[in-house]
Design a binder for this molecule. Structure first.
Ligand SMILES: Cc1cc2nc3c(=O)[nH]c(=O)nc-3n(C[C@H](O)[C@H](O)[C@H](O)COP(=O)(O)OP(=O)(O)OC[C@H]3O[C@@H](n4cnc5c(N)ncnc54)[C@H](O)[C@@H]3O)c2cc1C
Length: 325
């Protein structure tokens, strides 16, 4: 049986949207290869999350509920997943390409002697091969990568697939796992939140991002207000992170976060390739820039040529008015 094991990503006790995107693709691949989709959740309250995974097609949900999983630490996660994979022998281990999974993926693949296809935007099985596409060179090119290893670990960029439910009558399998926390050589003391708005950037369906064109605190306040009325997460180009106008955690691009929301609003961003690498997979891109020749318009679905200080106030008012009606 070609089993696809999806490793669920959990944040603040909830399954991340990217987990369901991976589940949706895993179902298609399982359908093509005569396989089945199962899921693993590592969390102190993992059992509570199982029904949602069955709603997205998991025939079995393996739950590991050790308290050590409360906050992500590499060593127990690698031990737990390596043990589970040894037991159930899947063809593929697939997970959303979260910071946590990026951290453990190489070690997990090495421990299992598996092939690794990290940070892909598409994957499938073609005969004996696991094939995938991976954006490279700041997303300027796509690399086709493959592995013929009998076991392959794949991480999938958020936004690569559309999440959709497909309920099955699955079962929950409790997997015994004990880990002596005293043996840990690292501890997680504190997680610093971005301070860049209320919505998680990597999971957001709408992102409002600011570039050097927002200029100063007054421009930043306009961007924050637009994000607030749109219920959007706040992103930034490296230029405004370097000036200290926005936190480093808001940076989008080659050396920042990769996002793929339904709607990306770029305010005063020129569209340098290093920035575009982090947002080019957004479904709809709206660019606001006073330079009609700014490269960002090459990627934009809709463009507004104008000064952000003139465009944003009426735009914010118009959205507020829409919400009132
Ligand atoms: C190795 C490397 C890695 C990098 N990684 C990243 C990364 O991860 N993310 C990233 O963003 N950058 C990254 N960069 C930097 C990148 O090359 C650009 O310098 C940066 O993205 C530019 O930011 P910007 O678009 O905000 O600024 P600019 O390029 O200066 O563009 C500002 C834009 O604002 C417009 N503008 C000005 N005033 C207004 C106004 N009042 N209203 C409307 N529009 C206005 C201008 O027309 C212009 O198009 C990296 C660079 C290198 C070398």
């Amino acid at each position: 049986m070609n089993t696809l094991l999806v490793v669920a990503a959990v944040q603040d006790g909830r399954l991340k949207r990217s987990t369901f995107e991976v589940m949706a693709r895993a179902r298609v691949v399982a359908g093509e290869t005569g396989g089945e989709v199962v899921a693993a959740v590592l969390h102190p309250a993992a059992r509570k999350l199982a029904p949602e995974l069955m709603r997205h097609g998991a025939a079995r949900v393996y739950v590991m509920e050790d308290p050590v999983f409360d906050r992500h630490i590499n060593a127990p996660v690698i031990d737990a997943l390596a043990g589970l994979v040894a037991d159930i022998a899947p063809r593929l281990v697939v997970a959303p390409s979260t910071e946590s999974f990026k951290d453990v993926m190489g070690a997990l693949a090495a421990r299992l002697g598996a092939g690794a296809l990290p940070d892909v935007s598409a994957f499938g099985v073609d005969g004996d091969e696991v094939v995938a596409e991976r954006p490279v060179m700041a997303a300027k090119m796509m690399a086709r990568v493959s592995s013929q290893e009998p076991l392959v670990v794949v991480s999938v960029r958020s936004g690569s697939y559309e999440a959709s439910a497909s309920p099955v009558d699955g079962e929950v399998v409790s997997v015994a796992f004990t880990f002596d926390a005293a043996t840990l050589r690292q501890t997680l003391r504190e997680i610093l939140t971005s301070g860049g708005g209320d919505v998680d950037l990597s999971e957001a369906q709408v992102v409002v991002a600011a570039g050097r064109g927002v200029r100063d605190e007054a421009g930043r306040d306009l961007v924050l207000e637009l994000a607030s009325v749109m219920g959007a997460a706040i992103g930034a180009s490296r230029a405004v992170v370097e000036t200290g106008l926005f936190p480093a955690t808001a940076q989008i691009g080659q050396t920042g976060k990769v996002v793929a929301p339904d709607l990306y609003v770029a305010v005063g961003i020129s569209g340098a390739i290093q920035h575009v690498a982090g947002m080019v997979n957004s479904r709809i891109i709206v660019a606001i820039n006073k330079d009609p020749d700014a490269p960002i318009f090459d990627y934009a679905t809709y463009g507004i040529v104008g000064d952000a200080f003139n465009v944003l106030p009426p735009l914010i008012e118009a959205i507020k008015a829409l919400e009132r009606n």
